[in-house]
Design a protein around this ligand. Structure first.
Ligand code: BDR
Ligand code: CA
Length: 335
């Protein structure tokens, strides 16, 4: 059985790669996408998600829903410094979407998917945790039916936002939503957190970016992603001084699943994590506002606490990304 996943994202350059991996990795079955506010306003991320699945030739298979439009209690913050005003700046090759946003609410759609794939489904979140917190606040009976929640967010030792540079963007923009998920006794032990501690080790070097473009087959799809990568590299160098390439955060959320569902041996994935209880600082007056703090560390055998990633086999990771591009090329609608 393939791994049923629901993707809640805010595309976003690295979200775009997570979408590609979800669509074309042979182990993954992508059930639906929510596009929420985050890297850009929600109308923009929704356009980007629809354009991307059009480019990938998956616009008839993958439904796209409007996710959360703003944080639970706060004014939205976006990330134009990294992703540009559109959320996906850097290329003219993104096609006009061939699909509309679904009319059904993301709450109903996610509930249906969770009930259909009860105890098997993983919810992958690569943007703020607002949509998931909203769903599970309103429909708490769904909590027990989710197998894993795999989140790109937070960071124990590393940050990219606030005055002390101690917070990570996805949890910093809605700390109350993050705390709802990470502090819930029924949810926290099934959360897998891919924070900056691990994602800053997934550096898309120029060699990786050249491999995305491909030497022989410079298809338009590869060119599109090549341009997105170049923009991402440029903005990460300018905004956060990453000289060897940008960290490709979001698709890492899919990697531990390959190990945990038994698709790929542990010895290949080599996902190294600690089991921790976490809390995000939600007091705006604190200089560490948005920081992910460790409240407790568990022994491994306890099987308690969020699984917080610190390392993985990055060669294996890049291999999964490049294989998904090979598959994507066969489906692409842009020429
Ligand atoms: C996270 O913030 C966004 O800019 C990226 O898409 C990623 O999800 C990294 O902090
Ligand atoms: Ca993202």
């Amino acid at each position: 059985m393939k791994i049923p996943v629901w993707l809640d994202c805010d595309p976003g350059h690295d979200d775009a790669i997570a979408i590609t991996l979800c669509c074309f990795h042979p182990a993954l079955q992508l059930l639906g996408i929510n596009a929420s506010y985050g890297n850009a306003p929600a109308t923009r991320t929704a356009y980007n998600a629809r354009s991307l699945i059009t480019a990938l030739g998956m616009f008839e298979q993958i439904p796209v829903y409007a996710g959360a439009q703003k944080p639970l209690y706060r004014t939205p913050e976006y990330a134009p410094d990294i992703h540009g005003e559109s959320g996906l700046d850097g290329t003219e090759l993104l096609p006009e979407p061939k699909c509309d946003l679904q009319e059904k609410s993301y709450l109903d759609a996610m509930e249906e998917a969770i009930l259909k794939y009860s105890n098997d489904i993983t919810i992958v979140v690569t943007g703020p945790l607002t949509s998931l917190a909203t769903l599970l606040t309103q429909r708490p009976h769904l909590k027990s039916k989710i197998r894993y929640i795999s989140i790109m967010g937070g960071g124990v030792e590393v940050g990219n936002r606030n005055d002390n540079c101690s917070a990570e963007f996805n949890v910093w923009i809605d700390p109350e939503a993050a705390n709802f998920v990470l502090q819930d006794s029924e949810l926290k032990d099934k959360c897998i957190l891919l924070g900056l501690d691990i994602t800053h080790k997934a550096i898309a070097t120029q060699q990786v970016i050249e491999n995305v473009r491909g030497v022989v087959d410079k298809s338009k799809l590869r060119q599109l992603f090549y341009e997105l990568f170049q923009f991402f590299a440029h903005s990460y160098e300018g905004a956060q001084d990453f000289k060897n390439g940008p960290p490709l955060h979001d698709p890492l959320t899919l990697i531990p699943l390959l190990e945990f569902y038994g698709w790929t041996p542990k010895s290949q994935v080599q996902f190294y994590y600690k089991r921790l209880d976490l809390k995000v600082v939600d007091d705006t007056n604190q200089p560490d506002f948005g920081k992910t703090c460790v409240i407790k560390e568990y022994d491994f055998e306890d099987k308690k606490g969020t699984m917080v990633g610190f390392n993985s086999n990055m060669e294996f990771f890049w291999k999964q990304i490049l294989s998904s591009f090979e598959e994507a090329e066969k489906h692409s609608t842009i020429e």
